[in-house]
Design a protein around this ligand. Structure first.
Ligand code: NAD
Length: 479
């Protein structure tokens, strides 16, 4: 059994399996209390150069290990995380704010993902085989990859890049968000005892670190998860060195509710999927289109359920809505709330900015049938506020659902599965669910259409995004 880690001490960045301290340090805060958390390293250009150099050297041997050997180490790594998961789950609540139950879910998913990646071998494909020649498509690793991680789901979205990169024979450097560096640094520390030096490294720093990595000529691929605005900057920077790039960006997911649903049965799930993690998940339900025949009953039932949702510190029992994660996002959500009175939106459920607290707490709000062009419909609020809108015509609601730059997820809710599938096939989104939303799995590709991203993570498609394609032509007759 791996030794227990100390989640209060951060001696340095994880470079070549050593702690490398930095002259400057920084910290982030617990968003439930405003209290400062622990000091973490602030990476410099020299740290980036050193990590890239070690990753390049490590790639030479790591890329030649067998799939079996890489899978063995990935499984060993998952076991080591598992034996430390309790302090890590508490650390995730402290840094991210999410309720403890959700932090446990994030760790369970991460372990399931790592163990699944350890079974997913990208195999050669024979394209042509006859007496004359064999043509084989092979998938060599890209080289040195870098994962840039957001603050909302730092463990799954961090190791959801590490697993695919390593199992396909790449080396990887992880850069957590400055708002949530803690778990990712500890996960790097656990990796020090398992992977060869330089294979998996973690750099924590400030706002200048991401641009240093995307511009670095020694990095071959950036796997980025974050906002659309930053995604565009990442792509622009990567273009200069023609890096491979995968972008997982923001969403504005519609859920279309047909008139034949059992309202009582689906409202708890739908409402939870609108407010989970305080709305700070890329593919939660962000726009609800409810058939006009059931609109009033659905809205009232949703309001009743939402009133039972507890907002508070993630360590309190039964909390579903924790704090907004950081002051910048808190400002954005408050700005959206201030729009309510300016624009005369009707609030079916009035949300509150909770003032007598040092944390960034805002309680859920439901906006009753706002105009289709209002900000709450067209923008991703990334907070606990959701609009419900009426529909009556199938073609019209599909057009409205698709009328967004975002195309991450979408759902149709109906008892008529044929109708639901017909509608689902018209929706422009990387994931479309029937009678559900926000299902993900390690063997299923996950990505966005339009401005929600470029390429996919996870599934065989996601793993191949960490590989080049090499067509190997073997002529059998010697000239
Ligand atoms: P963000 O874009 O502000 O930051 C994401 C990461 O990029 C952070 O690590 C940040 O430090 C880094 N970064 C910032 N500027 C950079 C630059 N110029 N070059 C390189 N890196 C830079 O996003 P966020 O606020 O951390 O996350 C919230 C957003 O992420 C939301 O829009 C959400 O929908 C999206 N998101 C998408 C997915 C998905 O899989 N599609 C998942 C989670 C979150």
């Amino acid at each position: 059994m791996a030794s227990r880690i100390d989640t209060t001490v951060y001696p340095g960045n994880i470079i070549n399996n050593e702690f490398v301290p930095t002259a400057r340090t920084r910290h982030s805060i617990n968003p439930s209390t405003g209290e400062p958390l622990y000091e973490v390293p602030y990476a410099t250009k020299e740290n980036v150069d050193s990590a890239v150099q070690h990753a390049r050297r490590a790639f030479k041997s790591w890329s030649r290990t067998t799939f079996g050997e890489r899978a063995r180490l990935l499984l060993k790594y998952a076991d080591a995380i598992e034996s430390n998961r309790e302090p890590l789950e508490r650390l995730l609540v402290l840094e991210q704010g999410k309720p403890l139950g959700l932090a446990k879910t994030e760790f369970s998913m991460t372990l399931e993902w790592l163990r699944a990646f350890a079974t997913m071998e990208v195999r050669d494909e024979i394209l042509d085989d006859n007496d004359e020649r064999t043509i084989t498509q092979t998938f060599p690793p890209l080289g040195v990859c870098c994962g840039i991680v957001p603050w909302n789901w730092p463990v799954l979205l961090g190791l959801g890049k590490v697993g695919p990169a390593l199992i396909t024979g790449n080396t990887i450097i992880i850069k957590p968000s400055p708002f949530t560096p803690y778990c990712d640094l500890k996960l790097g520390e656990i990796g020090m005892g398992i992977f060869p030096p330089g294979v998996f490294q973690v750099l924590s720093g400030g706002d200048d670190l991401g641009p240093m990595l995307t511009a670095h000529p020694g990095i071959d691929k950036i796997a980025f998860t974050g906002s659309v605005e930053t995604g565009k900057k990442v792509m622009q920077s990567c273009a200069k060195t023609l890096k491979r790039v995968t972008l997982e960006l923001g969403g504005n997911d519609p859920a279309i509710i047909c008139e034949d649903v059992d309202i009582d049965a689906i409202v708890p799930k739908i409402t939870t999927l609108a407010f989970l993690n305080s709305g700070q998940i890329c593919m939660l339900i962000k726009r609800l289109y409810v058939h006009e025949k059931i609109y009033d009953r659905f809205r009232d039932s949703m309001v009743t359920f939402a009133k039972s949702i507890k907002t508070g510190d993630g360590f309190e029992p039964d909390v579903l809505v924790g704090p907004i994660q950081n002051s910048m996002q808190y400002g954005k959500v408050k700005d959206m709330y201030s729009e309510m009175s300016k624009c005369n939106w009707t609030q079916a459920l009035e949300g509150q900015v909770i003032k007598n607290s040092k944390g960034y707490f805002i309680s859920p709000a439901i906006i009753d049938n706002p105009p289709e062009d209002s900000r709450i419909v067209t923008e991703e609020p990334f907070g606990p506020i959701v609009p419900i809108l009426k529909w009556s015509d199938e073609d019209d609601v599909i057009e409205r659902a698709n009328n967004s730059k975002a195309g991450l997820g979408a759902s149709i809710w109906s008892k008529d599965l044929d109708r639901a599938e017909r509608m689902a096939r018209c929706l422009s989104a990387g994931s479309v669910w029937i009678n559900s939303h926000f299902d993900v799995a390690p063997n299923v590709p996950f990505g966005g259409h339009k401005w929600s991203g470029l390429g996919s993570e996870w599934g065989m498609t996601g793993l191949k995004a960490y590989c080049n394609s090499r067509s190997l032509w073997k002529w059998k007759r010697v000239m």
